[in-house]
Design a protein around this ligand. Structure first.
Ligand code: ADP
Length: 641
């Protein structure tokens, strides 16, 4: 048995190198492909970002312009202008929900705080005593008396009018309603009293009119007249008669009577008052939209900081979203995010406007990414190119591998053949030379011994011929040069030719050859000489691998459209492992035995080659120590039996 393993181990480094040569570039190509695909995706996203940045910047410019305009509309501080009128003008513009006016020092000008402007003591009248009687002692008669006296004697009309109102109040409490009404009526109509204010700066006439409304019958004409007069007063911002708080109070009271629609500035007044009551942590930054200290409200201070415009959340939302929506962006929508507002992650976000600190413009894609298609196509191209390169490399590697493997096997075969041929030829040649030398050296020739020597020379010669025949057959077989002349061949003819060729040794005393050919066997389509070689090789092996008592049977029979040739012996037999390998080239179970018998491990591989070339099959059955049976099965010629 030749050292196949040794040869195979030489093949491994070559295969490993081939594999590395294939895997390395494939891995590189796949890596580059992955990188290219990633870059393509990033580039596509970048393109999309750039494409959408421009419209978002346009929206931002619109927002900037909007707030520039709004800030420009806010008037600067002007001490000569009545803040009440400024307030009314702003509300009338409809651009703000309310406003608070300040002076340069930051004090509120509108809605102004009510400050006490005088003291009763200055009147020289026991005002306090009258109030004690009215509110603590509840002596309305006494209190009314004191107030009436004061009204009559007071030189200051302000005191006189306030005393009259107080007197009317007490009279009403006492049930003298008509007297009270008369008194109040006088106050309301008296010209001299029209601009008089109380110690809190409130217009006295307005308070008297409100009181009058309480006592009048709502169905009376007078009631309507007074309400109308009061409504006119409350909505008159030009003359600035009413302090903001009193104006608001009148509006609140009259709204249910004359309808809220009569006071379009009431909501603004309320908001301004709410704002004025709070104490902002820091003054608003001019020109910047920030949250007002009033819930749900935003503020924008004028450039000099003396006017704070107030905007309700709803106005901000609707105005700004109208601006945002005015820029039509195909395939995307834009959201305006308030400072700290959380939402789904947008595709692109930009600071909304310089005037709106913390606000963001968020763009979301609605349609399919227009660059994605292109990127997908490129990615697919990379992918397929990469895969094609990998596949091509794998195929090339396989081809090269097969070629290299074949070359290595051929080289190995050649080496084995040369080694075997030279080795196997040596023994018979040496024997022949020794026999011939002996014959030549011996003068007195014993004819019997000479004949014996010559027989030995003939045997060695035959052995040499067999060897060379096998080598030639093998060489042709390996070079695919073996040609067969197929023809219908009677099996009996093949069997008898093989027996003839096997020679006389099969008829020697220690050998019993039995030939059994079933009668009427159909011919087989075969190359006659090749088939004889097959049987001869099997017979030769049977002879070689049996002991001194050789019992060999060569039989031929028909089975299932086939003709089966069998060579059975009672020889040394084969192990299971050996049975699996006997048809391998150069395989020999026991080299010393084969050498002694004359063989080179090619006989059975030639048998297998020829049989398979005939479309047949060869198999072996054997038991170590008991013998072997080699069967060749060939297709019988059709139509013949
Ligand atoms: P060889 O020229 O060595 O006989 P073969 O290819 O004919 O080569 O046979 C391969 C090996 O198979 C032989 O070396 C032998 O060990 C084994 N073998 C072949 N025929 C028989 C048989 N009839 N009985 C036992 N062993 C056999």
């Amino acid at each position: 048995m030749r050292g196949f393993k040794r040869h195979d181990s030489r093949l491994w480094p070559v295969l490993a190198m081939l594999l590395a040569a294939a895997l390395l570039p494939t891995a590189c190509v796949l890596w580059f492909m992955g990188e290219a695909m990633r870059n393509e995706r990033l580039a596509s996203r970048q393109k999309l970002l750039e494409a959408y940045r421009a419209p978002l910047e346009r929206v931002r410019a619109r927002l900037d312009a909007h707030w520039d305009q709004r800030a420009g509309e806010l008037p600067a501080y002007d001490p000569t202008r009545d803040p009440t009128a400024v307030f009314a003008g702003l509300i009338a513009s409809g651009h703000v929900d309310s406003a608070v006016l300040l002076d340069p020092a930051g004090a509120v000008r509108y809605p102004e705080c009510i400050v006490a402007i005088g003291e009763e003591a200055a009147a020289g009248f026991e005002w306090r005593a009258a109030e004690v009687l009215e509110f603590q002692a509840r002596d309305f008669v006494g209190a009314a008396e004191l107030y009436r006296e004061a009204a009559r004697t007071a030189r200051d009309p302000a005191l006189a009018v306030r005393a009259r109102i107080a007197c009317a109040r007490c009279l009403a409490r006492l049930g003298s309603l008509s007297e009270a009404l008369d008194l109040l009526q006088q106050v309301v109509t008296e010209r001299a009293y029209q601009n008089i204010r109380d110690t809190n700066g409130r217009l006295v006439v307005a308070d008297a009119a409100l009181l009058l409304l309480q006592f009048l019958d709502p169905a009376a004409d007078r009631y309507q007249q007074v309400a109308h007069m009061l409504a006119l007063l409350a909505t008159d911002y030009r003359h600035g008669l009413l302090p903001a708080a009193q104006r608001r109070a009148i509006m609140e009271q009259l709204a249910p009577i004359v309808g809220a629609g009569a006071f379009p500035t009431l909501a603004a007044e309320r908001l301004a008052a709410q704002y004025a009551e709070t104490e902002p942590a820091s003054p608003p930054v001019p020109g910047r939209l920030t949250r007002a200290p009033v819930a749900g409200c935003w503020q924008l201070a004028s450039s000099d900081g003396t006017l704070v415009a107030l905007y309700r959340e709803s106005r901000i939302t609707s105005e700004l979203s109208a601006i945002v929506q005015s820029e039509a962006i195909s395939g995307a929508t834009v959201r305006l995010l308030q400072p700290d507002q959380r939402g789904p992650e947008p595709f692109l976000a930009l600071a909304a406007s310089e005037a709106m600190p913390g606000w963001q413009l968020a763009l979301d894609l609605t349609g399919p990414d227009p660059f994605a298609d292109q990127a997908r196509r490129r990615t697919a191209l990379y992918l397929w190119t990469g895969l094609a390169v990998a596949l091509l490399t794998a195929m090339l590697t396989m081809l090269v591998g097969r070629h290299v493997g074949r070359q290595v096997r051929l080289t190995r075969l050649r080496n084995d053949l040369i080694a075997t041929v030279s080795h196997e030829l040596k023994t018979p040649l040496a024997s022949i030379r020794a026999l011939v030398d002996t014959l030549l050296d011996t003068d007195a020739r014993d004819p019997r011994q000479t004949r014996e020597y010559l027989q030995l020379v003939a045997r060695e010669n035959l052995r040499l011929s067999r060897l060379i025949d096998n080598f030639l057959a093998f060489s042709r077989m390996e070079r695919n040069k073996h040609t067969f002349a197929f023809a219908g061949t009677p099996p009996a003819e093949v069997v008898s030719a093989a027996v003839d060729a096997a020679g006389k040794r099969f008829h020697s005393p220690g050998c019993h050859l039995e030939v059994k050919v079933a009668p009427g066997l159909p011919p087989v389509v075969a190359d006659r000489d090749a088939l004889v070689t097959v049987l001869l090789n099997l017979l030769d092996n049977a002879w070689k691998y049996t002991g001194d008592d050789k019992r060999i049977t060569l039989s031929a029979c028909a089975a299932d459209g086939h003709v089966r040739f069998e060579v059975r012996d009672n020889g040394i037999g084969l192990s299971r492992r050996a049975m699996r390998r006997v048809f391998d080239r150069f395989y020999q179970v026991d080299q010393s035995l084969s050498r002694k018998a004359g063989g080179c491990g090619l006989g059975l591989s030639i048998v297998q080659f020829i049989v398979e070339a005939h479309g047949g099959a060869v198999s072996v059955e054997s038991q170590p120590g008991k013998g072997s049976a080699f069967t060749v099965s060939l297709l019988a010629e059709p139509g013949e039996n």
